[in-house]
Design a protein around this ligand. Structure first.
Ligand code: NAP
Length: 510
């Protein structure tokens, strides 16, 4: 069995005391164990600031970009091994594992590409300069410089590869060293990737550290130049945001939490259209990919009242075609949820939903295959009045169909009752209806995905996060923002307004 270690201060280290087991969600067997108790995390923070930061900043953006490209290639080389580990610890089918692992290598490669346009200066220009005085002699120019601290990245269990490397890509390219902390329950894949990153030798010492197990007192050692990027549940996000040391030192915090994402079918979409087919495919993929354990998965499906029963039947038929079983068997398209604690949470959430909606397919009966398997479950509510439909994230293959009156206004009002989301998707070929809807929901979302006949053939699904577009959302979704090409570097850099003689600024900061 693997005993997972942490890579801190230049060496692999084990914690002390009782380790936490990591389970195989198919049969409950322990596949690895981990503890971080007793590790010197204050020393790790100093190591990043004093060794990793200066070494990274001595490299140009282009050199750091090349390092990201090498990391992408090194991780890709062990893709098959990682797919296997993701099945053992996480219950991922081959497709689910690839989604995570290729997401990691793809994002690293994308940031390697963005690096090429960033020049070889130790700063980035931020917009055009502007005249401040009577003549152009007194000039102002915004620039961005790497902060002098460490970026602590705390990740969720559902994307051990992508979650870790999308954050690392932005931070390392910005010139800020990282301490990566994966969720303990599915740390096996992240640990193996960390080994590859360290063994590759492409990053200078101190630029990449890896904390496997609980975060312990890590946050208590952070200061004004450090930052924390967290992905996980709203509850943990709240605890982290409220950490007394982070509050005291105004440590930058980015929270990517959960959201009750919605898909909306507009009344103009008839059942023979390409858009309707796209809607059914995307909703059923979103509900079942990674067994519904995606922050961007659809939880609420809004359908015009007259079409609700037909759509419920069509979706149930789509879900019925998805074979659920051992993720290592290629014919299975959905594996179990990641671990037994997750299964309990999903079942408790389904019980709450069943008080306000009826199951069209699936339901609360235990899955015949045992383990942590869950039958894909579609609930149907009478209407959207019960707030639990808009508040409760059941982090599994579960969603609720909710009828609405067919107007863009009502669809938007119901969607926004989710209190802020990562993504919402809308399916329509009526431009005016769609534009009205999009304007209403945009203040409450990080991303709005607009499906129609015209783009159906080329569309990537709404659940897919892309490095070139921002990821995050207001309110309930955490209020954070990541990625978005060069925008992803901003969190790790200080924007400073320089004011002075134009000639000086243009020579040294132009
Ligand atoms: P979680 O229980 O909130 O844990 C997330 C991370 O926080 C883990 O690494 C966990 O470590 C750590 N953590 C827990 N308590 C902490 C504390 N007091 N101080 C510092 N770190 C702490 O979430 P999860 O169950 O892993 O992930 C599922 C949730 O994440 C879902 O709600 C999902 O919607 C959300 N999610 C959001 C996004 C997004 O991009 N917005 C992406 C993926 C998932 P341990 O594992 O060691 O406890």
């Amino acid at each position: 069995m693997h005993t997972l270690q942490s890579y801190l201060c230049g060496s692999w280290q084990s914690g002390q005391g009782d380790p936490q087991p990591l389970e195989n969600a198919v049969n409950g067997e322990t596949v690895a164990q981990v503890t971080s108790r007793g590790l010197d995390l204050a020393a790790a923070v100093r190591h990043a600031r004093e060794v990793g930061g200066p070494a990274l900043r001595a490299m140009t953006f282009e050199e750091r970009g090349k390092a990201l490209k090498s990391l992408s290639a090194a991780i890709h080389e062990i893709r098959e091994e990682l797919i296997d580990l993701a099945a053992q610890n996480g219950g991922c089918t081959r497709g689910d594992a690839k989604f995570d692992i290729d997401g990691a290598t793809g994002t690293l490669a994308a940031y390697a590409h963005y690096a090429k346009g960033l020049g070889d200066k130790p700063y980035l220009l931020d917009g055009e300069g502007s005249q401040l005085g009577r003549t152009a002699r007194f000039w102002g120019q915004h620039v961005r410089v790497p902060r002098r601290g460490v970026a602590v990245h705390i990740n969720a269990f559902n994307f051990p590869a992508w979650g870790m490397m999308e954050k690392a890509a932005c931070s390392l390219l910005a010139g800020v060293p990282v301490i990566e902390k994966p969720a303990t329950s599915t740390a096996l894949v992240a640990w193996r990737i960390a080994q590859v990153v360290v063994e590759s030798g492409v990053l200078p010492e101190g630029a990449f550290q890896f904390l496997c197990g609980s975060a312990g007192d890590l946050l208590d050692h952070l200061g004004a130049q450090d930052c924390v990027a967290f992905t996980g549940s709203a509850r943990t996000g709240e605890i982290i945001r409220g950490n007394a040391n982070l509050v005291k030192h105004n440590v930058r915090v980015n929270i990517e939490a959960d959201s009750i994402n919605a898909a909306v079918l507009a009344p103009d979409v008839d059942e023979s259209s390409e858009t309707y087919g796209l809607f059914l495919t995307n909703v059923s993929t979103d509900m079942t990919q990674k067994s519904g354990q995606k922050c961007t998965a659809v939880r609420r499906i809004f359908v015009p009242r007259e079409q609700a029963d037909q759509v419920a039947q069509d979706l149930a038929a789509e879900l019925g075609r998805i074979s659920v079983g051992d993720p290592t068997e290629r014919e299975n398209r959905m594996g179990p949820v990641a671990h037994s604690g997750q299964l309990e949470d999903v079942r408790s959430g389904m019980a709450q939903l069943s008080e306000v909606a009826k199951a069209v397919t699936g339901g609360l009966d235990p899955h015949p295959k045992g383990g942590c398997f869950v039958t894909p479950t579609l609930f149907q509510a009478q209407d959207g009045s019960a707030q639990v439909l808009h508040d409760l994230e059941v982090f599994g293959p579960v969603a609720t169909l909710i009828p609405y009156d067919g107007s863009a206004q009502e669809a938007a009002a119901l969607v926004c009752r989710g209190g802020g989301g990562l993504v919402t998707s809308v399916y329509s070929n009526d431009g005016d209806w769609t534009a009205e809807y999009v304007l209403e929901v945009s203040p409450w979302h990080g991303r709005v995905w607009i499906g129609s006949d015209r783009m159906a053939e080329q569309a990537l699904p709404p659940g897919m996060v892309l490095p070139g577009l921002i990821h995050g959302g207001p309110g309930r979704a955490g209020g954070g923002e990541e990625l978005g090409a060069e925008r992803g570097l901003e969190f790790y850099m200080q924007r400073v307004a320089l004011q002075g003689f134009k000639g000086f600024l243009q020579t040294h900061f132009g």
